[in-house]
Design a protein around this ligand. Structure first.
Ligand code: 5RP
Ligand code: MG
Length: 220
């Protein structure tokens, strides 16, 4: 499988997000309403994106931490295909979100956002509970403080994949970073600033697509 391409709309207004995504929506498999946009505008961008792009997978990156089924209901009701939960949430919160996802349809899902001090014991509990997607995340703030992708990151990503997770990778990704993950069955790459803020966002999205195809197409 060739990894999907997702763009994170971490804009601070819906108008900016919609003006941005219309330039490169054709290149995308997944459109993300970023956490920053959720904080600014609530669920409205999810509703608008669902109306504008009925065929696309839409992710609500709320990084939920509690009240799982209630948060999930808000996301899926607004039209999200997937939503996110923070890895430190209680397993019951994650299960509540997943149960609500199943109520809305078999295409609905919950992604666990990996930040901070999670362990592979946690990961075993997640997969035993039926959660199948994780997002391996280099945080925006860690990146700003100088953290780059390391061998340890790559080993953890491989291990999560070997456990059976669909692993998505994100965090200040550039086209040049993609080759670091070659040979791993990455489910999806999320880019935000490097596409939204590019001089030509459409060309930037195309460059991500082309590089993903170049690196993974032969993988079968
Ligand atoms: C940060 C996020 C971002 O949406 C994700 O990291 C992608 O954005 P960027 O490529 O700009 O880092 O969830 O918490
Ligand atoms: Mg995000």
């Amino acid at each position: 499988m060739i990894p999907k391409l997702q763009v994170a709309l971490d804009n601070t207004s819906t108008a900016d997000a919609l003006a941005s995504v219309r330039q490169y929506a054709d290149e995308l498999d997944v459109i993300e309403v970023g956490t920053i946009l959720h904080v600014a505008e609530g669920m409205e961008p999810v509703r608008l994106l669902r109306a504008l792009y009925p065929e696309k997978t839409i992710l609500a990156d709320i990084k939920g931490a509690d009240a799982g089924s209630m948060l999930a209901k808000q996301c899926f009701n607004a039209g999200a295909t997937w939503m996110t939960v923070i890895c430190s949430a209680d397993i019951e919160t994650m299960k509540g979100m997943l149960q609500m996802a199943n109520v809305y349809g078999s295409d609905r899902d919950v992604q666990i956002e990996l930040y901070g001090d999670w362990t592979f014991d946690h990961a075993k509990k997640w997969i035993d509970a039926g959660l199948s997607q994780v997002v391996y995340h280099r945080s925006r703030d860690a990146q700003a403080a100088g953290k780059s992708w390391s061998d340890e990151d790559i080993e953890k990503i491989k291990k999560l994949s070997d456990m059976g997770f669909k692993v998505t990778v994100t965090g200040g990704l550039s086209v040049e970073d993609l080759k670091l993950f070659k040979g791993i069955p990455i489910y999806c790459f999320i880019a935000g600033r490097s596409i939204r803020n590019a001089q030509n966002p459409s060309e930037a999205a195309k460059a991500f697509k082309a590089e993903i195809k170049r690196l993974w197409d032969h993988a079968g």
